[in-house]
Ligand binder design. Structure first.
Ligand code: ZN
Length: 311
């Protein structure tokens, strides 16, 4: 944080003598502490978001620690972890706008942080409906959330007669870290046609999922295994490919490749739970647990390891 080009840092490098905060009329020196904590707009932001969540606001380090360690439901944890960064970013954005002649009031800052928290909640919990948009209600909603558990046995289901199914899966040991992906193509009788696994290098989970699907589809198109149903346990990828969500820049190129391969062909994209995607999952983990293993393909069921066949 000390490398942020705020007034006190710039003054230290002697680019200017003293820089006064442009976000208030207190004529205070633009120090890190003033700008991000005691400047009225910043203070108001911290206080109002903290108040709604029952987190006390004192000073940044302490507050960040409190957000990260606050007792809250598991659903709220990712939001609490993100809020310090979102608030700091918003305060910094306003400062830069003000410095370059534009304006942003506290209300607008709140709306933007609120919107980002809501987006984060939707991204993390795509299956939850009616997630409230405003922060106090969002906190309330997440705290009171109780999942309705309906036991359901999930199996892999064969596709319609005369069609194929390609299950793909990708996984990463971090975001990003060593990753792997694989796909398994079966016909409508459930017969194995082709299995491949790849070491995908350093990638995020979503990048690995996308790459695995693209490789699977590419194989189906090249070998005329069509119509095909692409099945993945990534709900995010399914939503992106079905046009419900925007394409994140990190996977834009891979998505374009998939769209190109899908164009004018009978290719459906479906979501399945992990239990329905066990073969692809098995092979992906097979590569991931033996990092450095070369890519593997299996053309016949006899070559597939026993554990892989049992799904
Ligand atoms: Zn100020």
């Amino acid at each position: 944080m000390k490398s942020i080009p705020i007034g006190e840092v710039l003054a230290r490098f002697e680019t200017e003598e003293e820089i006064v905060c442009c976000c208030c009329d207190q004529m205070a020196s633009e120090s890190f502490e003033h700008h991000f904590v005691s400047c009225p707009a910043a203070n108001q932001m911290w206080s109002s978001f903290a108040r709604a969540a029952g987190v006390e606001f004192l000073q940044i380090k302490d507050t960040a620690y409190k957000w990260w360690n606050a007792t809250c439901s598991a659903k709220l944890r990712p939001l609490f972890n993100a809020i310090t960064g979102l608030l700091l970013w918003q305060i910094w954005k306003r400062r830069n706008r003000t410095r370059h002649g534009d304006k942003m009031n506290v209300q607008e800052m709140m709306i933007e942080v609120n919107r980002n928290l809501h987006r984060l909640a939707i991204f993390r919990y795509p299956w939850l409906r009616n997630i409230p948009e405003d922060w106090p209600n969002l906190v309330h909603f997440c705290e009171g959330y109780k999942p309705i558990l309906v036991p359901k046995v999930i199996h892999w289901k064969p596709p319609m007669e005369g069609t194929y199914k390609c299950n793909s899966d990708g996984a990463s040991k971090g975001n990003p870290r060593q990753s792997a992906g694989g796909f398994c193509i079966r016909d409508w009788k459930g017969e194995f046609i082709f299995v491949a696994t790849y070491d995908l290098g350093i990638r995020t989970g979503l990048e690995a999922e996308t790459s695995a699907m693209e490789k699977g589809l590419n194989y189906c198109v090249t070998h005329n295994l069509l119509p095909v149903c692409l099945e993945t346990d990534s709900l995010v990828l399914t939503k992106i490919l079905n046009g419900v969500w925007e394409v994140p820049w990190s996977i834009k190129i891979q998505i374009q490749k998939i769209e190109f391969l899908r164009n004018n062909r009978e290719v459906a994209v479906l979501h399945t739970l992990r239990e329905g995607n066990k073969v692809a999952d098995y092979f992906t983990n097979f590569i991931l647990s033996f990092a450095g293993t070369e890519n593997k393909t299996f053309q016949s069921i006899q070559d597939v390891p026993k554990e892989g066949k049992s799904y």
